[in-house]
Write a protein that binds this ligand. Sequence first.
Ligand code: PMP
Length: 428
Amino acid sequence: NPVTGRTAPARAARGPGRQFTDHPEVAAAVAKRAAIAAISAQSGMPNPLFLPRNSPNDTVIRAMDTDLVNFSAYNYLGLSSHPRVVRAGQAALDQYGASASASRIVSGEIPLYGELEQRLAGMYDVGDAMVTTSGYLTNAGVIGFLLREGDVAFCDSLIHGSVVSGTQWAGCRRINFRHNDPDSLRSVLKMSRSGFDRALVVLEGHYSMDGTVGRVAELAAVAREFDCAVMVDEAHSLGVFGAAGHGIREHYGMAGSDVDIWMGTLSKALGSVGGFIAADADLIAAMKSSAPGVAMLTGAPAPSGIAAAMAGLDVLAAEPERVTRLWRNARLFDAALRERGLDLGESQGTPIVPVIVPGEIRAGFVSAHLLQQGVYAGAISAPAVPVGKERLRFFITSEHTEQQLLSTADLLAAAIALADQLPEAMAV
Ligand code: PMP
């Protein structure tokens, strides 16, 4: 290359894969994971990363040939292994086989998709809904389809990475406002809204890394003042908020039409896998007939997963006390951790409990130490959270027992005290 002076043989010597693995961000992530594995190996503590499990992802899981109390699964209502949910999946497997074997428009269509979509549209009080194979793809595909160059997505600064991917697919601008702050949204919109054709404000009902509750009603009202459409990600709020578990809309008593696109996943409280949007019928029709990644150019969702999600909604309707138990457990755990003086960041006592342990290796150490004591809670580090705000994240479910919650609080406080004694070099 006459500009860089690089020669072809030098590239060849690096090998075809090295050009990607040598990238500093990738290399740093690999090195940190290796450091956590090395600490585990030296200390005899198990490595919590990629830990294989041989049971449903319930409050007690089977892994490393032992039983572990589990706080690493967003199975908020314990539905993924509920007999009704499992039987519904099995029946769909028997009737339709393991795969839809086609996109819906070709031959993949089965009545189950439409049935679940009608249920979701009814729940959100909007015209229609569309189910998809993944929540990630739903955000990426819907935003990627709706917005273009010249458009803008105004996003909460803690918005999920799948929304960021959507803006990249779209080639639109992404402008962040301060987390959960209507004043910040208003000033950003005042400054920037007029420079763009179409604008979408993207919010979440319940933020997955901090456990903060989206101020969706207030933020949506601000968005409306500036002629912006609004999209709300209910991944961690459906099944969690509202007395019936119908999400953040129920929590705030909002009308379905207060938001343009309700998005959610089937993979969390509903105990299955996949994503959905619920919205105006014309918008859904447009997406179904031409949006890549969610309807076109991709296979239809597995029939068993859709049947399981529908059964999950049935159980939610039949046993709303699961939601009550979930919140009782969340409050109990929150109080127990605060009593022990732990740093819960911005947590608001919801079923997502961040326990801040700065330093990726320190957080990994605490996670590994807990695992050794029979408690599984994942460590989260950059880029999912800012450097210095590394944490253990506990997902509380309706099925945890008081004893599991209180003994975990003790073990956690002890593990953090041990991590505080780690040499300075490890506090990274
Ligand atoms: N949105 C949010 C807020 C999420 O936390 C997640 C997954 N953790 C997704 C979307 C993606 O959902 P899925 O796992 O169904 O792909």
